[in-house]
Design a protein around this ligand. Structure first.
Ligand code: OSB
Ligand code: MG
Length: 369
């Protein structure tokens, strides 16, 4: 595949409602859309670095810099026979997983399109539908939260995740469990606690949670192993996992019993697949996390979640849960049975709505040879 053009677009999309977590409140989402033109096809990817360095150290400007000054020059004008070959060309760039993942996603889409197969198939996916869940931000009251949970369950979502932070935790879990004793329920702390809070998590053990996501430090693996030892509920790591090596350390130390795979956080679909395969061999379930993506990033997540060991519902919700209008057609929908269809058309399997994409673009740069 001959790389003729790589274009970057800084996009900004307004969320349908503010998303409140222990990291702060998001009103809109800034990401980078990567476009690759090669061999007569166009590949699309989304870098999920955000406007702020609160979830990850990466931001839109750092990812833009790494993409424009290092990653793109390493592959532009080159003939690439495989994704692994492209990755090898920029392997000496350390870290900056979200920058790398955006470019890799566009290359995967282009490769799939040149072969006339879906991204799901190229990745080795085996499902035609995936189970999906929804991630609910911290609400101002228990009543507000219960209303949201009820509405999402009515739409079909198979599991509910709520964000927690100190002072906004047990009362919410208790209230949901009282109202909905049997639903799949999990919590996400985004690193808001320390081992001193162990009693809170011991109490959570009584509520039959599917998992507790990233309770402790955002780079930590060691303290999580101490916490997991004291709990029945599985810990699931998100922020702490950037690679297969991190995954091996976390599993061998029993720091978690479930892994959240976000392709952006681990540098792309290639590393995601390695983590998926390793977890499968260790009987560790995985699920696909989300970063409030546009339809371009969502399409990649849906394809990835079609792999066999994605046995838990992902943070992959309908387009309208995030944005009034998506930048792809058709938009992503949740079926009444809580599944989402995996697109069958070549590549990401959805069309980019260029008019909408223009509307949300803040700045762009083209590197056409
Ligand atoms: O921790 O999973 C997280 C969104 C932005 C940053 C971090 C996280 C999230 C979510 C939203 O929970 C998941 C989604 O895209 O639906
Ligand atoms: Mg998380």
């Amino acid at each position: 595949m001959h790389i003729e053009n790589v274009e970057l677009r800084h996009i900004k999309m307004v969320l349908v409602s503010p998303f409140v977590t222990s990291m702060g409140t998001e009103y809109d989402e800034e990401h980078i859309i990567v476009r690759v033109d090669a061999d007569g096809v166009t590949g699309w990817g989304e870098s999920v670095a955000e406007g702020t360095p609160f979830y990850s150290y990466e931001t839109v400007p750092t990812a833009w810099h790494i993409l424009q000054d290092f990653l793109i020059p390493s592959i532009l004008g080159k003939d690439i026979a495989s994704i692994d070959e492209a990755i090898a060309m920029y392997a000496k760039v350390r870290g900056h997983m979200m920058a790398k993942a955006g470019l890799e996603a566009a290359l995967w889409d282009a490769f799939a399109k040149t072969r006339d197969i879906s991204l799901s198939r190229l990745l080795g996916g085996t499902r035609e539908k995936i189970d999906v869940g929804v991630s609910i931000g911290i609400q101002s009251s228990v009543a507000e939260l219960l209303k949201k949970v009820e509405a999402y369950l009515a739409e079909g979502y198979k599991r509910i995740k709520i964000k927690i932070s100190p002072g906004y935790d047990l009362q919410f879990v208790e209230a949901i469990r009282k109202e909905f004793p049997d639903i799949l329920l999990q919590v996400d702390a985004n690193s808001a606690y320390t081992l001193d809070d162990i009693d809170i998590f011991k109490k959570m053990d009584d509520y039959n949670l599917l998992l507790i996501e990233q309770p402790l430090g955002y780079e930590d693996i060691f303290d999580h192993s101490k916490l997991q030892r004291e709990l029945k509920t599985p810990i699931c790591l998100d922020e702490s996992i950037h690679s297969l090596d991190d995954t091996r350390a976390a599993i061998e130390l029993d720091s978690c019993r479930i892994i959240n795979i976000k392709p952006g956080r681990v540098g792309g679909f290639t590393e995601s697949k390695l983590i998926h395969d390793y977890c499968s061999s260790m009987n560790i379930p995985v699920w696909c996390g989300g970063m409030l993506e546009s339809g371009i990033g969502r399409a990649g997540n849906v394809a990835l979640a079609s792999l066999h060991n994605f046995t838990l519902p992902g943070d992959i919700s309908a387009s309208k849960r995030y944005y009034k209008e998506d930048i792809v057609e058709p938009e992503f929908l949740v079926n009444p049975d809580g599944t989402m269809d995996v697109p069958k058309k070549p590549g990401i399997g959805v069309e980019v709505n260029m008019k909408m994409l223009e509307k949300v673009t803040v700045r762009s740069i083209s590197n056409r040879l």
